[in-house]
Unconditional design. Structure first.
Length: 149
């Protein structure tokens, strides 16, 4: 499908979207799987959305607002591997970027699992530069923090 239809994730209002967001996140970030309860907590402070092509979930996003005036906001766009290179990532990212800027972010960051070569290439193509790598306790794969230059 070439037309992307977005449906916002509202954990308290749509269990289907919440479970779609969880499945996509956990497939793309298997080193840090999230429970439904953890996602519900995140949805209290972040904007979580699922992107659909028709009724098929193809990706999800997280927008973290800046914590204070000079802090960066964060946009994380995730697209399932079988749906990449169809423009979904671009649409998810642009939507998240607009949202984080509306929330007052003057700087924008993202975070990508180091093993996600597609995600790192996408971020670099969109002007992000690496600022830090770290490994969560008990993990072996690093997360890469990047900032929009």
């Amino acid at each position: 499908m070439s037309i992307l239809e977005f449906r916002p994730v509202r954990p308290v209002g749509s269990e289907t979207a919440l479970l779609d967001w969880q499945r996509i996140h956990n497939l793309i970030i298997p080193t840090d799987p999230l429970s439904v309860d953890e996602i519900a907590v995140r949805a209290q402070r972040n904007i979580l959305e699922v992107a659909y092509a028709g009724t098929v979930p193809v990706g999800c996003s997280t927008v973290r607002p800046p914590e204070f005036d000079s802090a960066p906001g964060t946009v994380i766009a995730r697209v399932l591997p079988e749906h990449r290179r169809h423009g979904y990532g671009e649409q998810i990212y642009e939507r998240g970027l607009a949202a984080v800027r509306e929330l007052g972010a003057h700087a924008v960051q993202t975070v990508i699992l180091a093993s996600n070569d597609d995600g790192l290439r996408f971020a670099r193509r969109h002007g992000f530069v690496e600022i830090e790598r770290y490994v969560l306790p008990g993990d072996t794969v690093a997360f890469v923090d990047l900032q929009l230059a």
